[in-house]
Design a protein around this ligand. Structure first.
Ligand SMILES: Nc1nc2c(c(=O)[nH]1)N[C@H]1C(S)=C(S)[C@@H](COP(=O)(O)O)O[C@H]1N2
Ligand SMILES: [Mo]
Length: 317
């Protein structure tokens, strides 16, 4: 028997506005057509010309400083978690085959007006900047990279959620014909993550479109991925094609798979071990140096305030 399981955050049809506004549809079609030829010949290195390439490098926002060197691209770009393409860390070549144009992002749920926007139109409407951020995976490795992107708050403003919206749910594309990992039916595809709307409006929450002064490579989650550096890396969802505002807390990918080990909040805390390993220190990609892990991954000044009234929540994993 087939059963349709409604994911927790999916709102009943009756609550959703059926109208979908297509912003700049012509621009999307033009951008898409221009890329088809290129993507046929494009392997990992023969990168197709990204229609937004002229926007890079973006000006660095000097407010975000590092306490360590930037991780060399040859390490960060060849040690990735991207389960859609398999469980190996060397998935760059496999991920390179994902078609990232045309690509649209649907924004729906508790918003004034649902929209569907072509990625290139979205990127051109947003204020791009570069930020140096640390990234701490729950597996106890870390890196420090120059992301290019825009404040998630700008996207929240564009989406215009209603007063009822409490959560911002972000989903990865689902296409098993392109992503072999998605044929593994025991995973709860599509990869789903979420933040409270308040977290999404925090200045540190960043929507990423590029890295190392260039458009994002596929292995990093092109064309659109999240960076929430005070949380474990699995919160930073890749290849987003849908954003839904909800009243209910979403069931996230890793939580659905193993809620005893991975929860919704997942804030970095060296004093709260994972059930199977310590989180006290981290191995830095490239150098292999071991460093002590910091609470909120060192970003407490920006975000600790968000959690002061949530004492009963499992905030740390
Ligand atoms: N869609 C999707 N997003 C994802 C993942 C994934 O497997 N699929 N892995 C997460 C994990 S566990 C980490 S640590 C980061 C890794 O990002 P990086 O490959 O850019 O270092 O992506 C996160 N986002
Ligand atoms: Mo991770």
């Amino acid at each position: 028997m087939l059963i349709k399981i409604r994911r927790g955050w999916e709102i009943p049809e009756s609550e959703a506005t059926p109208e979908v506004v297509f912003l700049n549809r012509r621009a999307l079609m033009a951008g898409g057509a221009g890329l088809i030829g290129a993507s046929l010949v494009g392997g990992a290195e023969a990168a197709s010309p990204d229609p937004t390439a002229d926007l890079y490098p973006a000006k660095r926002n000097e407010a975000y400083r590092l306490d360590r060197d930037i991780t060399d691209e040859k390490y960060s770009g060849d040690y990735n978690n991207y389960y859609e393409f398999g469980t190996s860390k060397s998935i760059a070549a496999a991920a390179a085959r994902l078609k990232t144009r045309p690509w649209t992002v649907r924004i729906d749920g508790l918003v004034e007006k649902p929209i569907e926007i072509a990625i290139d139109d979205l990127v051109r409407r947003m204020p791009l900047e570069e930020r140096l951020y640390r990234h701490r995976c729950v597996e106890a490795w870390s890196m420090a990279v120059p992301w290019t992107g825009f404040p998630l708050a700008s996207l929240v403003a564009l989406a215009n959620p209603t007063g009822e919206a409490r959560y911002m749910v972000m989903q990865t594309f689902k296409d098993p014909s392109q992503a072999p990992g998605q044929k593994q039916f025991w995973y709860p595809w599509p990869y789903t993550e979420g933040l409270t709307v308040e977290e999404a409006r925090n200045e540190l929450a960043f929507m990423v479109t590029g890295i190392y002064g260039k458009p994002l490579g596929n292995q990093f989650g092109a064309p659109l991925r999240l960076a929430v550096p005070w949380k474990y890396g699995f919160k930073s969802v890749k290849a987003i094609d849908r954003i839904t505002f909800t009243k209910e807390r979403p069931k996230t990918f890793w939580e659905a798979l193993q809620s005893s080990e991975y929860g919704f909040w997942a804030n970095v805390n060296p004093e709260v071990p994972h059930p199977r390993w310590s989180q006290a220190s981290e191995r830095v990609l490239g150098t292999g140096e071991m460093r002590p892990t910091m609470i909120f991954n060192g970003y407490g000044a920006y975000v600790a305030e968000l959690y002061k009234d949530l004492k009963t929540e499992r905030l740390w994993a």
